[in-house]
Design a protein around this ligand. Structure first.
Ligand code: KG4
Ligand code: ZN
Length: 350
């Protein structure tokens, strides 16, 4: 039975987005592509005490925060519950216990209000953040996705489809930042701390650039991670001093230049005139500068979400929810959370 079979599709619906896949409890309200509110409560400071995300702690923190975050989102948007047209929620990929908190909340919210529930793939949410920046954005375009779990270049022919051009063979870019931060004894979350330290250093260490060249669209980060570990350990064993800021800057350059190079190359090969980007690593200042410059040189238009819409947030979930709303891809109330969803999977919900 299709849930909310008789719902009349609106042109600019009010959508509540909910995100709880990792350590951020977030809720946002959009009207069409306009963001009306966007609230986040992060348990990152608690997680930092343990050097990373502890799943059980994350779920408990979501349970405590979810109601307040949703109430705040409604209040700051000046929207009453009964005005909402749909609820969009992340159902995967992510930590199962954490996802279940947001999903269960969204199900009861949608059911009580009698409005459609939309189950959103977190990764598609990251890609949909671009629609909120440039409300006139229309496919086709090429996107760079770089988060804690994924690194890929994708082609978007229509709003509801994407084609994988290339992805990582091993670690994701964000994961590499987090691992490199650990080697340098920087606190969690690693990415922003590497970026901060890199500003004080020079990219003067020649770490290997992986899968180089425009011939392929594959990425690999495990070799770079090993090179950073070897460099630091060798110096430490020999008792030689080394500059951690230089290591951070050199790692950052090696990790990011290849992303920028391949994204631009993919856009040129596909013959599109627009590039978009999404995912936590896109918040990196060096990436933003180099990608902007490379797109400018290649004559490509770049749609870059603000930093807060690159890292996990609920506005991007609502944005992808809007896309699925337009094609009536409503989820049944029996929809379950999924820890992993293959990047190329086209089906939205089971
Ligand atoms: O998209 P995201 O918030 O969560 C996932 O869906 O994975 O991405 C988190 C990842 C983490 O690995 C984090 O270290 C990285 O994005 N990240 C950064 C920066 N901010 C977050 N990496 C590099 N520079 C940053 N400024
Ligand atoms: Zn994410």
């Amino acid at each position: 039975m299709e849930y909310c079979k008789h719902h009349t599709i609106k042109e600019n619906p009010l959508i509540l987005g909910i995100e709880s896949s990792c350590d951020e409890t977030a809720a946002a309200i959009i009207r069409g592509r306009e963001i009306l509110s966007d609230e986040i409560l992060s348990s990152a400071p608690t997680q930092a005490l343990y050097g990373g995300v502890v799943p059980e702690i994350a779920s408990r923190e979501h349970t405590i925060a979810i109601d307040e975050v949703v109430q705040r989102a409604l209040k700051s948007a000046g929207v009453g519950k009964s005005e909402l047209d749909a609820v969009a929620v992340t159902y995967g990929a992510g930590l199962l216990g954490s996802l279940l908190v947001g999903l269960s909340f969204a199900k009861s919210f949608a059911y009580t209000l009698g409005i459609p529930l939309i189950a959103v793939n977190h990764i598609r949410g990251h890609l949909a953040a671009a629609y909120l920046v440039d409300r006139a954005l229309r496919p086709p375009f090429v996107s760079l996705l770089a988060s804690g779990g994924h690194t890929a270049v994708l082609f978007t022919p229509t709003e509801t489809e994407f084609e994988l051009i290339g992805s990582t063979l091993d670690d994701a870019a964000g994961e590499a930042f987090d691992k490199c931060a650990r080697v340098l004894s920087l606190p969690y979350p690693g990415g922003p701390n590497i970026e901060k330290l890199a500003r004080e250093g020079e990219a003067n260490i020649a770490f290997p650039k992986m899968c180089h060249g425009g011939e392929n669209f594959r990425f690999s980060y495990s070799g770079l991670k090993t090179a950073v570990i070897n460099y630091c350990h060798t110096k430490e064993q020999k008792g030689e001093p080394y500059n951690k800021a230089d290591v951070a800057a050199s790692f950052q350059k090696a990790a990011i230049d290849v992303l920028v190079e391949k994204t631009v190359e993919a856009a040129l090969r596909k013959g599109v005139d627009t590039v978009t980007a999404g995912g936590g690593v896109i918040a990196n200042g060096y990436l933003r500068d180099t990608l902007s410059a490379a797109c400018r040189r290649a004559g490509l238009k770049l749609v870059l979400p603000e930093k807060r819409y690159c890292t996990d947030n609920a506005a991007m979930i609502a944005s992808e929810g809007f896309i699925q709303y337009k094609v009536r891809n409503f989820a049944p109330l029996s929809v379950n959370a999924r820890a992993a969803i293959p990047l190329a999977e086209r089906r939205q919900t089971e």
